[in-house]
Design a binder for this molecule. Structure first.
Ligand code: CDV
Length: 310
């Protein structure tokens, strides 16, 4: 057995006026709860430190920069790192990254039990749009605030296993899971902020969004025989509601623990990384069963190419 006690640390809403220090207090309260449960790893959401700001169209650079981190840990996050080291808890933390070269990424890091950063991931699949869109009920300006990640989908050896990371919309793309599945991923960590309605199709409400969240997490886990840990930032941020549903999914595709609220809540499960072995050696033994000679379109083509008209 290779046990990893996992705490998915769902966050309730963070209002635009809330400070980093206030958020850090909540993150540390969740860390204490996780520690009491015996957690080895805590998984926080996407863009954990601020409100989900891509819903706002802001043009003033100074104002925009307030949402980004130029160092990690920084002054306000150092206490969280210190606590993680004291507790001996590894951590996935999502945040907005502004690099010294001025590049902006939607980023997540993985730290070890000494609070040292062992992995960094930058979100590849950025949903939404790059310009203000008056037709939408609300904005989703991730393409305005970030550039696509430039680090690919690496995996890291940590906590006695093989770990991968992705962020929110990445979880809807099978390529995300398979790219890490091909590197033997045993636990895939992700955070998300998912509005509970579709800004372009009001009929697509929370029930559909919750269903699709479970669907992609469960299929990604099963098809790659990996644990998946998915953590939401949920509830109503200044009137904009987001789904909860933070979940831990086992390598058979079953949800073994899930959030009951849309607020700060720990979702806990003792995960055995050896549970990934059966699927990886049988139905999803990639070396024996994959046929990449027929998958050229997956990497050779972006959009749909229809067959010729009759
Ligand atoms: N933060 C996200 O990436 N949100 C998207 C929404 C826009 C659909 C998601 O895939 O949940």
């Amino acid at each position: 057995m290779r046990m990893v006690n996992v705490a998915a640390a769902q966050m309730g809403p963070i209002q635009r006026a809330e400070t980093r220090a206030q958020v850090a207090e909540r993150l540390m309260a969740l860390m204490h709860q996780a520690h009491d449960l015996g957690a080895d790893l805590i998984v926080y959401p996407e863009l954990t430190l601020t409100t989900f700001f891509p819903r706002y169209y802001v043009t003033d650079t100074d104002e925009i920069n307030r949402w980004y981190e130029t160092e990690m840990p920084g002054a306000e996050t150092q206490p969280l790192f210190d606590l993680a080291r004291q507790c001996g808890i590894a951590m996935y933390l999502g945040y907005a990254e502004l690099t010294p070269e001025g590049k902006r990424f939607n980023t997540a890091i993985l730290t070890d039990k000494q609070a040292q950063i062992v992995g960094k991931y930058r979100k590849v699949h950025l949903p939404g749009h790059a310009d203000f869109d008056p037709e939408r009920a609300f904005q989703h300006l991730e393409k305005y605030y970030f550039e696509p990640g430039d680090l690919g989908f690496p995996v890291w050896r940590a906590l006695g296993g093989i770990f991968g990371m992705c962020i929110c919309n990445d979880r809807r793309w099978p390529e995300t899971y398979r790219t890490m599945g091909l590197q033997g991923v045993e636990m895939l960590l992700l955070g998300y902020n998912t509005p509970s309605v579709n800004s372009q199709r009001a009929s697509e409400g929370p029930a559909e969004r919750y269903f699709q969240n479970d669907l992609v997490l469960q299929s990604g886990a099963y098809q790659n025989s990996t644990w998946v840990v998915a953590t939401a930032k949920a509830g109503s941020e200044d009137g904009n509601h987001m789904i909860g549903g933070s979940a831990i999914v086992n390598p058979e595709g079953h949800i073994v623990a899930q959030a009951k609220t849309e607020d700060d809540e720990i979702v806990f499960h003792a995960c055995d990384l050896d549970d990934t072995e059966f699927g990886k050696k049988t139905i999803f033994d990639f070396a024996r069963h994959r046929r990449p000679e027929h998958y050229g379109r997956i990497t050779g083509q972006v959009g749909v190419e229809l067959p010729p008209e009759e």
